[in-house]
Each structure stands twice: as C-alpha cells, then as structure tokens.
Design a protein around this ligand. Structure first.
Ligand code: BT5
Length: 274
C-alpha cells in the first residue's frame, strides 16, 4: 500500500492548519481507536468543553447508524468526532447531522473542487456514470444523558479520502467511493480536516443563533433527495413512500405520501426511487 501523501495526522500539524476558535481548541489525535465517537462520548462524560475534537488515523470499531460498521483503515481517510455541548435544544438535534453534511460538502468543494451531493439526512454522495456512491458518512449521537452528567452531542464524520477501490470490502466496492477515486488525486488530509472544522464552526454558530434560514437554503441546494420519489425505511420498522418535498424548520424531511398525507420524518434510511 502506498504511504499516505501529505503530513501524518499529528496534533502539531493539525493545529498549525486550524483557523477555528472553538472547534478543535481542545484536540485529541490518536493513531488508532475503537471509535472516535466512543472516545468523544467518554470525554463528554468527563466534562470536556464545547468544540472538543477527536481525530484518529484508524478505527477498529468504526460505526455507522443503527450499529452498522464503518470501514476505517489506517493512513488514508479522515475519522473525526466533534463534541457540541451547547446544542441541547431538541429542535437542533435533527439539524446537527444535516449541518455536518453541509460542512463536509463545503470543505471538500473548497479543498478539492469536487461538488458532492447529500442524500437526506446525512449521506455524502459522489455521482459518476449516472450512479451515486457514498464518499462520507455522519453519525450524531447524544452523550451524557444520565442525570448529573454533562449532556452533549457527538458528531462523528468519516470521509474516504485516499482510499483506493481495492481497499474497500467487496460488497462496498460498487456503492462506496473516495476522493482519490473521484478526482484521481491524492489529497492532503490535514487542510481538508481544518476546513471541515471551520465550516462546522460557522454553521454551529448560526444554529446557536437560531439562524436556520441559511442552513435550510444551503441544505436545499445540496440535497439530492428533495423533489424525488423516495422510499424511507423508518427507524423501528415499517416504511413510507412518496415525494420528498422540503426540509422542515427543525430539519425533518417533509414527505407527501402517495395518498396525499404529509409526514415529517426525523430519522430513517432513504432510497431514491426516481
Ligand atoms: C454512516 O452510517 O454513514 C455514519 C458513518 C460515521 C462514521 C464516522 S467515522 C468517525 C466517527 N466514529 C465512528 O465510529 N463513526 C463516525 P450509515 O448511514 O449507517 O452507513 C453505514 C453503511 O455504510 C454500512 O452499512 C456500509 O454499507 C457503508 N459503509 C461502511 N463503511 C463505509 C465507508 N468507509 N465508505 C462508504 N460506505 C461505507
């Protein structure tokens, strides 16, 4: 396997590239962890401040939503978790993964020129040959919900950066991709990470100021789900089918079902039908 281009992920190298005030002011960088989300949740319980960031070069138990695994080999990708302690308003909870998806798309556009799209709520997709492939994923979880402990949201972001197609397991090769595969270039992970944290900080500040209009507009521009006929596998079982019409004020997906009922859906897996 080729050595990673750019600098290795060290605290010093990342810090020297950061232009944020809050996100990344406390930074934990590891060669290997089980899951950066797990570590960030432990830090939240220990009282870590708002904006604490965990970065790892590899994860042994990287996870997706609903207990699904996130393939996380060393030396090629970004795995990071950001602790947000001021986002306790339940209205923000649906917005946080959407906001992270906008930040990922913006950071990738700024760093590589590649324009990706979002599948609601938070899959970041690249389109090629009329097909979409997943390039990044987001997992937002609450931490410290027991009484007396600190309550926070952990936003985990995985971006496939320099992962060649042969490094993906066979079942993911047709449906996953990386920036290397899409652009044909190796990308230095550190400027990409620094930009991601900057985009996150700016969006987090607007969310805290209740300025969701800008977020809604940005999300509408980047989200590929709106206007489509979709099938949504609902968390907890069952499904809904219809046209994805809009994003509600709290980040929910507004679905007009085939019988004309309007549903607001806050979690689920979307399949684009047409
Ligand atoms: C996600 O879940 O997309 C959320 C992924 C979040 C990963 C980050 S990495 C840093 C932080 N620490 C963690 O432990 N997690 C977060 P979901 O929508 O459930 O998608 C999971 C599905 O994506 C899997 O079932 C596979 O089909 C596919 N998948 C797994 N690894 C992948 C990869 N590296 N690239 C593309 N697709 C992948």
């Amino acid at each position: 396997m080729r050595p990673p281009p750019g600098q290795p992920l060290t605290t010093e190298a990342i810090r020297s590239c950061l232009s944020t005030r809050i996100i990344g002011a406390v930074l934990h960088v590891h060669d290997e962890v089980d899951s950066t989300n797990h570590l960030a949740a432990d830090l939240a319980l220990a009282g870590a401040p708002d904006g604490t960031v965990v970065v790892a070069d590899a994860q042994t138990k990287g996870r997706g939503r609903l207990g699904r695994p996130w393939v996380s080999p060393a030396g090629m990708n970004l795995y990071t978790s950001i602790l947000l302690t001021r986002a306790q308003n339940s209205r923000f909870m649906t917005w946080i993964p959407l906001m992270a998806a906008i930040a990922v798309v913006r950071a990738i556009l700024h760093t590589t020129g590649a324009l990706l799209r979002i599948k609601w709520p938070n899959d970041v997709l690249a389109y090629r040959d009329g097909r979409s492939r997943k390039l990044a994923g987001i997992l937002a979880e609450t931490a410290g919900s027991r009484p007396g402990t600190h309550r926070a949201v952990v936003v985990g972001i995985g971006i496939n950066v320099n992962m060649p197609i042969e490094a993906f397991p066979d079942d993911l090769q047709p449906i996953a991709t990386s920036l290397l595969i899409e652009t044909g270039r190796h990308i230095d992970r550190i400027p990409l990470l620094a930009r991601l944290l900057l985009e996150m900080e700016q969006l987090y500040e607007s969310l805290l100021e209740q300025e969701t209009d800008g977020l809604t507009t940005a999300y509408h521009e980047l989200c590929d789900t709106l206007g489509r006929q979709v099938r949504i596998e609902l968390v907890g079982g069952g499904h809904a089918e219809g046209t994805a019409e809009a994003i509600a004020e709290d980040g929910a997906l507004r679905l007009r079902t085939n019988t004309g009922t309007i549903l607001e859906i806050r979690a689920g897996d979307v399949v684009h039908l047409r």
